[in-house]
Write a protein that binds this ligand. Structure first.
Ligand SMILES: *Cc1c(COP(=O)(O)O)cnc(C)c1O
Length: 368
């Protein structure tokens, strides 16, 4: 629906109606009973049983306000990650933290640098804050550090990088992140969104802890929605310099996390065995899917996350759109990602074993 400004009623501030609203992936298929949702990068293993127990116990505390500092959660994060709790802030999903950072640091006239295939939320939050997103080209579906640095102007206040990125699954080795940081003015905030950090098994990857600790202009955001399997509870956290925590805390809603999320999140991050099992499961099936898709003749962007970007042939009969319709009719929901600059690709989340095998069988049929 297109809403036009109207002189006879309240209008949103400038920019809001330019935002293309974020469209989440499909969840169900009318007429298909058994559906595999492989479109939202959810873990097939779900959350730790301890997290579910903690959530259920929180049902007895619904009559009281949650702890506005989310102390139990911050402490669990700090302990397991070896960080100072004073440098941690929790959010209602990392989405909220990205939004708070944009609200805190961006004003009309300011610019935020985002990348061509970067997570769409950065652009949305930038425009919502009244500022201007500046989109830079990527190289081989990966962030191009030189292009990002060239895009920086005196108006730049934030650079948003997802590392690894969604929907490409590619990552920047830490040396490249360091080079990016070294080239930025000290007044520019570098936001490293490491939503998939736990999944990465590469010696040259670092989520950003060291860079946050050793500088005044880097923030790392993390989430409980991916490896911890709690997207339904909306929990994210960021690790940031004290002056950033102080500023954002003034903008943050006083009870931004609910009590059940605080309790379940703390239990989830303490269950290291569950995290390790989830990483191992993903590693095995990510490789398997990559090999099988490649064997089918499809180009797959090398991914370090829990999803794969699958490119379809130029043949209009074998396009991503046609593949999506066919997969959907068989109960396999993947993610179309035209909005990210990939009109002829689909994003596939690693699913349970039967879904992974099933999706390959259906695609094999489709490509015949
Ligand atoms: C899934 C995802 C997030 C997590 O968002 P939440 O609000 O914590 O659920 C953040 N960034 C990227 C790039 C993601 O893919």
């Amino acid at each position: 629906m297109t809403i036009m400004p109207n002189a006879n009623r309240p209008s949103p501030k400038r920019g809001v109606l330019d935002i293309a609203a974020y469209i989440p992936g499909k969840e169900s298929v009318p007429g298909v009973a058994k559906v595999y949702k492989l479109s939202a990068n959810e873990t097939p293993l779900g959350p730790s049983p301890h997290a579910i127990e903690a959530y259920q116990a929180a049902a007895h505390r619904l009559g009281i306000y949650p702890d506005g500092q989310a102390k139990a959660l911050k402490e669990a994060i700090a302990e397991t990650q070896g960080l100072n709790p004073a440098n941690i802030m929790c959010g209602n999903g990392s989405d909220e933290l990205l939004s708070l950072l944009a609200q805190t640091y961006l004003a009309p006239g300011d610019e935020a640098v985002v990348t061509e295939h970067g997570f769409l939320l950065y652009k949305i939050q930038t425009i919502a804050a009244g500022a201007t997103p500046v989109t830079v080209k990527e190289k081989d579906e990966r962030v191009d550090v030189d292009a990002v640095l060239e895009a920086v102007t005196p108006r730049t206040r934030i650079v948003f990088i997802a590392n690894p990125n969604n929907p490409t699954g590619t990552y920047l080795p830490f040396e490249e992140v360091r080079r990016l940081h070294a080239g930025l003015p000290r007044t520019v905030l570098l936001i490293l969104d490491a939503a998939y950090a736990e999944y990465v098994r590469r010696n040259d990857y670092e989520a950003g802890v060291e860079l946050v600790s050793s500088s005044e202009n880097v923030v790392m955001t993390r989430t409980f929605s991916k490896i911890h399997g709690l997207p339904g509870l909306r929990i994210g956290w960021m690790y940031a310099p004290a002056h950033v925590i102080d500023a954002v805390d003034r903008v943050r809603g006083p009870f931004n996390l609910n009590g059940a999320a605080i309790a379940a999140g703390a239990a989830a991050i303490r269950d290291r065995a569950h995290v390790e099992m989830s990483v191992a499961f993903n590693d095995k099936w990510l490789r398997w899917l990559d090999a099988e898709l490649t064997a089918l003749g499809l180009r797959v962007t090398p991914s370090v996350g829990n999803f794969l970007l699958v490119h379809f042939p130029d043949d209009p009969e074998k396009s991503a759109e046609k593949a999506d319709a066919y997969l959907t009719s068989k109960g396999y929901i993947l993610r179309r990602i035209g909005a990210y600059g990939f009109p002829n690709a689909l994003r596939l989340t690693v699913g349970p074993e039967e879904a992974n095998r099933g999706v390959i069988a259906v695609l094999s049929d489709f490509l015949k």
